[in-house]
Design a protein around this ligand. Structure first.
Ligand code: 5SP
Ligand code: FE2
Length: 221
């Protein structure tokens, strides 16, 4: 099966966002990844609902929204309203994760749970069958263009094992420092979806870069 690719809009050209969204529409990208930051959960602020709404109007790809904010449960209805396909919330930001996942589903979206690099995958043992995706951060969240944290490869193996043993159908998505050298190793380890920001948007031919990521073959388990 081909690898799925979700380019991260954080590295797009914000002066000419429309051209970059149109490039994504034309490309083989599966989804468009959008990072929402609040300056509290992470030490940076990105963009919010006005941008999300504007992009949703021109983007033909399903929106994979990554909330790096405290109290993401307050924004479930608003996210569903703009037509997002996937709402990813951080494990570390949700006191009542199970309820939040239920509310995301009730709003008609797929639910993803995100783990910071220092959060072990075994905390997901009792929620893994309720989520559609686990998003493993392979950098500390908040910024694009950071160096890949090598321990992520081991986490992908551990998460793949947990998913298999629990009978869960959750996808594994990786976010941060995904580029030509790290992507094949992540796919080999069991990643299903690759988020890639700077590697895609700063490349001379973003569509070709997306194509090459998609060609990475997953190991069948
Ligand atoms: O969530 C985040 C950062 O917190 C990401 O989605 C970044 O946008 C990935 O950027 P690259 O590491 O691929 O440049
Ligand atoms: Fe992200």
């Amino acid at each position: 099966m081909k690898t799925m690719v979700s380019p991260s809009l954080l590295s797009a050209n914000f002066i000419d966002l429309k051209s970059d969204v149109e490039m994504i529409n034309k490309s083989e990208a599966d989804w468009l990844h959008m990072d929402i930051m609040d300056g509290v959960f992470v030490p940076n602020i990105s963009f919010g609902f006005p941008v999300l709404e504007a992009v949703a109007k021109v983007c033909t790809k399903p929106l994979d929204v990554h909330f790096m904010i405290v109290h993401p449960e307050q924004y479930i209805e608003q996210t569903a309203k703009i037509g997002a396909m996937m709402m990813n919330v951080h494990y570390e930001a949700c006191t009542h994760l199970h309820r939040t996942i239920q509310q995301i589903h009730a709003a008609g979206m797929k639910a993803g749970v995100t783990l910071n690099p220092s959060t072990p995958v075994n905390v997901l043992e009792d929620i893994i069958c309720d989520v559609d995706m686990v998003l493993l951060m392979s950098v500390n969240p908040g910024f694009g263009g950071q160096k890949f944290i090598e321990n992520t490869i081991k986490k992908v193996h551990r998460l793949r094992k947990l998913i298999k043993e629990s009978g869960s159908h959750a996808l594994i998505e990786i976010d941060g420092g995904v580029q030509g050298e790290t992507a094949p190793r992540l796919v080999q380890a069991g990643a299903d979806v690759l988020v890639s920001g700077s590697y895609v948007f700063k490349s001379s031919d973003p569509c070709a870069t997306i194509h090459n990521l998609k060609e990475l073959k997953k190991k069948e388990d």
